[in-house]
Write a protein that binds this ligand. Structure first.
Ligand code: ZN
Length: 556
């Protein structure tokens, strides 16, 4: 009996972020992308979420390569953690992706731990069971690639993130012919980006954005600030080119902006940096309407350049009447409130603010419905798996595939941790692992357990109570205390009353304990636990909340 190909999404199915797909055939595993998810639990100290690598750790020797489709954080951001987990096969990535990765690995001091194998989209490389052809696609970052992979069971396609833009800023456009040819040869499985399936209009071409920028820059009366994702090198290059043509200068605000302009110049996508770039501290030496500032912080991130500008806290950039702020990036769901607050602050500084809702100054990097349909029509897959999307996106994308002539029973909607088996005539779920995700605290990448998270949530929501007592280690009698300390529990006016009452409860328990001690010489009661239960009960009755209670007895 011939083996099947195992396809295991460790991330990215059910959320936008943390993309990681495992392909396993007999003694060989390839990992396609290994990204992170920015956490909506940041107020509890969870910086981001990464895939759980247990499945891979248990099969470490089989892992032959990581292939990164492009340089976005949700595709490469967890690679340092994979290396730290002891899984460090060669990494295949396009030129620009390789540079992004190199910077990321340097940050973690891991640059010597792994071999980077750069490819130009269009090139192929082979393993024992897999032959991988990389295919150029359009996306909101340069050098993005899809993968057409010949496997022993048949040809499979992983689109990575893509859109179809016939007129991108750089000549490199999606290689539709390669997908068409794969379709002619016969595609067993298509795994395709679901992000924008709910949008019906075709994505706006980058060249439309270019014209819009030209008009806006020409009309500028004061300083122009353009905020965007620092990974969007093509968009940055556009701004630099238009600025040069208009006789303007560009200054960079934000560390990642500086880094990526440098990387963009290194791979040759940004050519005129030396002609137009000026230092941020020199902008006042130029007429205000001749300066464009490229800034990070489009999501209203804490301490980012744009939020400091908005709050009037930026050392070099002070906005005034007549200045213009262009927000050339989407509002990532979850960030809307922070962005909204920032936009209000920018207006308060006197600037005019333009954002996607009102002007075409951003276009998405992800294919919309007609483009997704075109991908299915070109490749005519036997089986279909929607990837890269929230659950509802994948359901809509599955529906679209069925409407586009993929047999209904051949379309699967799977979630992270699914173990899928593909043969030349079947595609099915054989096992569902528990949600494979790990919460990460801080850039060092310390794992945070669910218990710690639960504690933090409880302390944050309900406050904390300490009760302290000192006990004589020999006589086992309480010689000092109880002292009660509360934090974040109730209004300070009520605190005194609550503390006094709580002390009485402790004293009562203490009396029972000492009785027990006198009677038996060896008290059976667990006084710490009893105090904990009684105090929780008391505080619940008086504040409506069950705080975290920590009774402590010091033996001296
Ligand atoms: Zn992407």
């Amino acid at each position: 009996m011939s083996s099947s190909l195992r396809i295991i999404p460790l991330g990215g199915l059910g959320e936008i972020g943390m993309n990681c797909m495992v392909l396993e055939y007999e003694d060989e595993i390839l990992i396609v992308d290994c990204g992170l998810l920015f956490s909506d639990l940041s107020h509890f100290g969870v910086e981001f979420v990464i895939p759980d690598f247990t499945y891979l750790r248990e099969r470490k020797d089989k892992v032959k390569a990581i292939i990164a489709t492009h340089g976005h954080e949700d595709h490469i951001g967890a690679i340092p953690f994979l290396l730290k987990a002891g899984i460090s096969p060669p990494i295949h990535a396009s030129n620009f992706t390789t540079l992004m990765l190199r910077e990321r690995l340097k940050e973690y001091g891991l640059e010597d731990r792994v071999t980077l194998r750069p490819f130009k989209p269009g090139e192929s490389f082979s393993f024992k069971h897999f032959k991988v052809k990389t295919v150029s696609v359009n996306h909101s970052i340069v050098d993005a690639a899809a993968l057409i992979i010949d496997t022993p069971v048949g040809k499979i396609i992983h689109t990575g993130d893509f859109k179809i833009d016939p007129t991108p800023f750089f000549g490199q456009t999606i290689d539709l012919q390669a997908f068409g040819k794969a379709g002619d040869d016969g595609v067993l499985l298509l795994m395709s980006d679901s992000t924008n399936v709910e949008r019906h209009e075709h994505t706006i071409s980058e060249s439309v954005i270019y014209q819009k920028f030209e008009q806006l820059f020409a009309a500028a009366q004061g300083l122009t600030v353009v905020s965007m994702f620092a990974s969007n090198v093509a968009r940055m290059a556009q701004v630099l080119e238009i600025a040069e043509k208009a006789g303007k200068r560009v200054a960079l605000a934000g560390r990642s902006m500086e880094q990526n302009v440098r990387l963009g110049a290194e791979v040759g996508y940004i050519k005129n940096a030396a002609n137009v770039l000026i230092r941020l501290e020199d902008i006042d030496a130029y007429p205000r309407d001749k300066v464009i500032v490229l800034s990070t912080g489009s999501q209203g991130e804490y301490r980012s350049a744009l939020i400091r500008i908005a709050n009037g806290e930026h050392g070099q950039i002070k906005l005034q009447e007549g200045d213009l702020v262009l927000m050339s990036s989407k509002f990532i769901p979850g960030n809307e409130k922070a962005i909204g607050r920032m936009i209000n602050s920018l207006f308060k500084q006197g600037a005019e603010v333009l954002y996607e809702a009102v002007h075409d100054i951003h276009t998405s990097g992800h294919a919309t419905r007609p483009e997704l349909q075109q991908m299915i029509e070109l490749t005519r897959p036997k089986f279909f798996l929607p990837i890269h999307g929230e659950y509802r996106h994948m359901v809509h994308h599955a529906k679209l595939a069925r409407e586009t002539k993929v047999a209904a029973e051949n379309v699967l909607v799977a979630t992270n941790g699914a173990v899928l088996e593909l043969t030349k005539d079947s595609f099915r779920l054989v096992e569902q692992m528990e949600e494979p995700r790990v919460l990460v605290e801080g850039r060092e990448g310390n794992e945070m357990s669910r218990l710690v998270l639960k504690d933090r949530r409880q302390i944050g929501e309900k406050g904390i109570v300490f009760s302290l007592m000192v006990r004589n280690i020999e006589t086992r009698r309480i010689i000092s205390g109880p002292e009660i300390i509360t934090r974040g529990l109730a209004h300070e006016d009520r605190e005194g009353f609550l503390i006094e009452e709580a002390k009485k409860i402790c004293m009562k328990k203490l009396a029972a304990y000492e009785n027990d001690l006198r009677r038996t010489g060896e008290p059976q009661m667990d006084i710490q636990e009893e105090i904990r239960i009684e105090l929780r009960r008391f505080f619940f009755a008086n504040t409506g909340k069950k705080p975290v209670v920590l009774p402590m007895i010091l033996d001296l």
